[in-house]
Write a protein that binds this ligand. Structure first.
Ligand code: FE2
Ligand code: FE2
Length: 195
């Protein structure tokens, strides 16, 4: 049976992005560290924005796990001989959120689905990189893959639990926007960038 992360994405990562990633390991790792940090802050901000939805029981452990990933990527950056620094952010997440509804409760529905899509894309990117990375990185990425797959499931399950409705119809247009960001040419190489 396919995992949700395999079914909710509307396209695969283009080979051109994989080729660029393999020759840009420093930026890949630095931006990956940023993504883990951002995943934690997004979870915390959802807890903060919707105190009535009891999200802390799911998203506080998730935020902790993302921060653990952040620390693990920091160690790897050091081990590979790179220095941690901030990079200009890619526009992927920002543009995805621009496709979400401005009004509640649809805004929360879209936020949960966008989080699931971002987790799914992370999984798909870890997978697509495995055969092309040095073994020091591919072992780490295959471990992270399991966690991010679980996070994708979690966001979809939170949606079902809160709204008691099927998410597939609402997800489809967001998934198509996501795929268009992945397939477009992108001047800035980042973990979730286009080509
Ligand atoms: Fe993570
Ligand atoms: Fe995650």
């Amino acid at each position: 049976m396919l995992s949700p992360w395999e079914t909710i994405l509307s396209c695969k990562t283009p080979q051109a992005w994989i080729d660029k990633a393999v020759s840009s390991l420093e930026v890949l790792l630095l931006d990956h560290a940023h993504c883990e940090k951002k995943a934690a802050t997004t979870a915390i901000s959802l807890i903060h924005r919707y105190p009535d939805k009891n999200l802390a029981k799911y998203l506080s452990p998730l935020a902790r796990e993302e921060l653990l990933h952040f620390e693990q990527v920091l160690k790897l950056i050091k081990k590979e001989g790179f220095h941690y620094r901030n990079l200009r952010s890619g526009t992927y997440a920002k543009e995805l959120y621009e496709a979400s509804s401005p009004d509640e409760p649809n805004r929360l529905k879209d936020s949960l689905l966008i989080c699931a899509l971002i987790e799914a894309r992370s999984c798909e990117r870890f997978n697509s990189l495995l055969d092309f990375l040095p073994s020091s990185l591919s072992t780490f990425y295959s471990k992270l893959h399991e966690a991010e797959s679980r996070h994708c499931d979690l966001y979809l399950n939170i949606y079902t639990e809160i709204f008691n409705e099927d998410w597939h119809d609402r997800l489809l247009p967001l998934s198509q926007v996501e795929a268009s960001l992945i397939n477009r040419s992108d001047p800035l190489f980042r973990f979730h960038s286009g080509i």
